[in-house]
Write a protein that binds this ligand. Structure first.
Ligand SMILES: O=C[C@H](O)[C@H](O)[C@H](O)COP(=O)(O)O
Length: 260
């Protein structure tokens, strides 16, 4: 039940619940990955059950696809959907320009493809994800397994010329094995502490052989819905230049909270 949630989970929940209201009948919607996006999927499932809204969801990971089906959302592939009206996803960090770090959950590649194939991308996040400068959260870079150590060496070399504080890179692990993305790739986490020029970094990283995609989302996000543990939500719209405040009630719905 919602009363058992930590303040961070409450913040994620209220952001997700507010953003779930952006989905309208007939839309094609990108569904993000991660703990905040999982709340969104549950809230959308609730809207399908309670209000009977109908929309098609394009998941950004196998995890999200499973949850979406479980809660009654019609799941289609991006190829079937063609183009999306809206994508709603979490983030690991966002700055004042709504540049993002994503990929903490390993889904950055599908997330970036889905978000850029959408008319609008909305990020949902607890307030702790808001930063002045990106980079405290390690930046995920997806690389193909073939020759990954060579890609890592080239990445580290490229970092020397960039405006960052740290330069350590680590292979993401799953126990004693490398972590595999849904595409069967590896992830290198870049411990940079501070990314002075995210735009330049995003371009340079993707030119390194073996790099498939990086977790910097620049000029992709249109809106962020920031949740707080007390139920407050703030909606920042970068295009309109507006900041709106709202409140979301916690609900005692067993269907929503049963798997938490
Ligand atoms: O790969 C995962 C995604 O980019 C997530 O959206 C991001 O890691 C945020 O996840 P969470 O909502 O669990 O903090």
């Amino acid at each position: 039940m919602s009363g058992d949630l930590s303040p961070i989970d409450k913040a994620k929940f209220v952001a997700a619940r507010r953003a779930a209201e952006f989905v309208e009948d007939g839309m094609r919607v990108g569904l993000g990955t991660g703990s905040t996006a999982a709340w969104l999927v549950r809230c959308l499932g609730e809207r399908v059950r309670e209000e009977g809204i109908r929309f098609r969801g394009v998941p950004t990971s196998t995890r999200t696809a499973e949850l979406a089906r479980e809660v009654g959302i019609e799941v289609v592939s991006l190829e079937e959907a063609g183009w999306l009206d809206l994508t709603i996803d979490g983030a690991d960090e966002f700055d004042g320009e709504l540049s993002l770090i994503k990929g903490g959950g390993g889904a950055l590649l599908q997330e970036k493809i889905v978000a850029t194939a959408s008319d609008q991308m909305v990020v949902i996040a607890d307030a702790a994800k808001s930063v002045e400068t990106l980079g405290a959260f390690p930046l995920p870079v997806e690389v193909i397994p073939f020759g990954w150590t060579a890609s890592q060496a080239l990445l580290e070399e490229a970092l020397v010329s960039m405006d960052v504080l740290g330069r350590q890179t680590t292979l993401r692990m799953n126990g004693d094995q490398p972590y595999h993305t849904d595409e069967g790739n590896y992830i290198l986490d870049l411990h940079l502490s501070r990314i002075g020029n995210p735009r330049q970094m995003a371009l340079i990283l993707n030119q390194i052989p073996g790099v498939v995609e990086n977790g910097l989302f620049i000029d992709i996000c249109d809106k962020v819905v920031i949740g707080y543990g007390d139920g407050k939500v703030e909606v920042r719209d970068i295009n309109a230049g507006t900041v709106d405040e709202d409140r979301v009630d916690f609900v005692e719905d067993d269907n929503l909270f049963r798997d938490v």
